[in-house]
Design a protein around this ligand. Structure first.
Ligand SMILES: [Zn+2]
Length: 277
């Protein structure tokens, strides 16, 4: 039996939306311009099972009025939108015929509340890949990270089985985490290589190293950054562009309202579900 050297299927998830000023995504965008951006998740069919990249919101912090006031109310301008009445991650997985229990590994790009809010499902269930610098920052200096949208309650469960990296590292066959610090102190993006048996090629998922296509195409700095200047967020964007160009892979922005649904549909066409006619 030959082990595969890459990912066999990619499914993009939308775990909610955020209505927010574009200036959060593009530094210096006019303050009155608003966008409704998807909250991304990515499922990768790997050798050992499904790997999930990013986990969406923690809905309790949005639905409970007092928790909302504490966690989301102070962030002024960003309105978190849940897709339905239940748990957003389970709802999204349901739609693609996958159960929480089918996920055998998780990786988070960073610990912002729209990416780390579903980690609690995996405590004692699956290993969690992140950068050491990100977790150290998230658990440090309370409540400073909370004021930057990083909510400790999302990831301080002692039963989370962290697999921490210090820089670029392969986390599964065909999946490489790429340290792209700037947006947050230990943000990582992911290079995903598709197995030849599934058609080959690949993607680079920027996540919040580049929210929008315009961050990539026009090399515009992102609007949110911690511990650096806006201009410093360009170096990771350029590095991701170079990695993508060298491999011939597509570089996908993390929150683009046009690109995310378009590529979601494209990948659904490429790998149709077996249980659908
Ligand atoms: Zn973020």
């Amino acid at each position: 039996m030959t082990r595969s050297s890459g990912v066999r299927r990619i499914i993009l998830l939308t775990l909610g939306w955020e209505d927010l000023p574009k200036s959060w995504s593009v530094h210096g965008a006019p303050p009155e311009e608003r966008l409704c951006e998807p909250v991304p998740g990515v499922l990768l069919e790997c050798d050992g099972g499904w790997m999930l990249l990013d986990t969406g919101f923690n809905p309790a912090l949005i639905r409970d009025p007092a928790l909302h006031r504490r966690f989301h109310g102070r962030n002024h301008d960003i309105q978190a939108i849940l897709p339905g009445p239940d748990e957003p991650l389970e709802e999204a997985l349901d739609q693609v015929g996958i159960a929480l229990g089918d996920i055998s590994a998780v990786a988070v790009s960073h610990l912002h509340n729209d990416h780390a809010g579903g980690l609690r499902h995996f405590a004692g269930q699956a290993p969690i890949h992140a950068q050491r610098a990100e977790l150290s920052y998230g658990l440090s200096d309370h409540p400073e990270p909370e004021h930057h949208g990083i909510f400790r309650v999302d990831f301080d469960d002692p039963n989370l089985d962290w697999r921490l990296a210090d820089g670029d590292v392969q986390i599964a066959p065909g999946v490489t985490a790429v340290l792209t610090a700037g947006h947050t102190p230990g943000h990582q993006s992911f290079m995903v290589e598709i197995d030849q048996s599934a058609g080959g090629g690949g993607f680079v998922f920027a996540f919040d190293a580049a929210d929008l296509a315009e961050n990539i195409d026009m090399e515009r700095p992102v609007g949110g950054f911690i511990g650096c200047e806006a201009e410093d967020t360009l170096e990771p964007i350029r590095r991701l562009k170079a990695i993508a160009a060298e491999r011939g892979f597509r570089l996908l922005p993390g929150h683009d309202p046009v690109v995310w649904p378009a590529v979601t549909a494209e990948l659904t066409d490429r790998w149709p579900r077996m249980d659908e006619p």
